[in-house]
Design a binder for this molecule. Structure first.
Ligand code: CMP
Length: 139
């Protein structure tokens, strides 16, 4: 089925001017960027987005990092977009990521791992609605 997923290009990647190279990976995999904006998250906004991880030991580090510099939030659309995006991103820890994946090529560490992608249909819907209104999704 055609799906939509929420993607974030993280501060380690925007800082190194990698937005275009990362978008090329998505497009080469057949994912369409149907919405996209560059924003600077407040700490409170990052905490709300990552609320499911609030009891993890890395929550402070993760949310401060995400609020440290601009991010690019985007909606990717395509056949099986949620799983396909996870394939293109590669494993969370770049040390375990396959060759050719975004995290293998660009990520610096498990925290500074260049991209976020939704992990399931329910979270994709919630995460898209957190950043975008229906009018901003242009398929
Ligand atoms: P992401 O897909 O954005 O979802 C949660 C994030 O937490 C994950 O990517 C990692 O960047 C981050 N994360 C996971 N484990 C650790 C860790 N051990 N230390 C720091 N950050 C982590």
């Amino acid at each position: 089925a055609i799906e939509r997923t929420l993607s974030i290009i993280k501060p380690d990647a925007t800082r190194r001017n990698l937005t275009g190279k990362i978008n090329a990976k998505f497009e080469e995999a057949g994912l369409r960027i149907v919405a996209q904006k560059r924003i600077f998250l407040s700490l409170a906004q990052a905490q709300k987005f990552y609320e499911v991880h609030k009891d993890r030991p890395f929550f402070g580090e993760l949310t401060e990092f995400m609020a440290s510099e601009p991010v690019v939030v985007q909606v990717l659309e395509g056949e099986g977009a949620i799983a396909k995006n996870r394939e293109v991103m590669g494993a969370t820890n770049p040390a375990n990521a396959e060759d050719g994946t975004i995290r293998k090529e660009f990520a610096l560490s498990v925290g500074e791992n260049s991209v976020h992608g939704s992990d399931a249909p329910e979270t994709a819907a919630e995460e898209i609605a957190y950043f975008f209104s229906g009018l901003e999704l242009v398929g």
